[in-house]
Ligand binder design. Structure first.
Ligand SMILES: [Zn+2]
Length: 123
């Protein structure tokens, strides 16, 4: 039988352990969804030439976006950006640039941000 004291000690030890597991689980899920996004993007056909772009181009695009975020945070310290991640992927085959959105795993030939700024005419 465990004494009350032993139960308390075990409890105190378990709480940080549970928190650590929760953090680890969140990190694993995050990594998994990122890997899924990279996988989806790299196997997606280029909107122009129809060939898959490959992991290399996707990693370059992902890094470029991370760099952009770092620069924005540096320019506006303390500001939290609520923006949709946009990977500007350049097709290594034909050089066409398209946009991949890891949050929705969707690929667009035109940036969704460009659509917001420019009013598109019918057609
Ligand atoms: Zn292409």
């Amino acid at each position: 039988m465990l004494s009350f004291f032993q139960v308390v000690i075990w409890g105190l030890g378990a709480i940080p352990l549970i928190l650590l597991l929760v953090v680890l689980a969140a990190a694993v899920v995050g990594q998994y969804s990122l890997r899924k996004s990279i996988q989806t993007a790299s196997t997606s056909p280029c909107p122009k030439c129809g060939r898959t772009v490959g992991r290399e181009a996707v990693f370059v695009a992902k890094e470029a976006y991370a760099q952009k975020v770092r620069e924005m945070m540096h320019q506006h310290p303390g500001v939290k950006f609520r923006q949709v991640a946009e990977w500007q992927v350049q097709c290594p085959q034909c050089g066409f640039t398209f946009y991949f959105y890891p949050s929705s795993n969707k690929l667009e030939a035109v940036s969704i941000f460009a659509n917001q700024r420019v009013q598109r005419t019918a057609g």
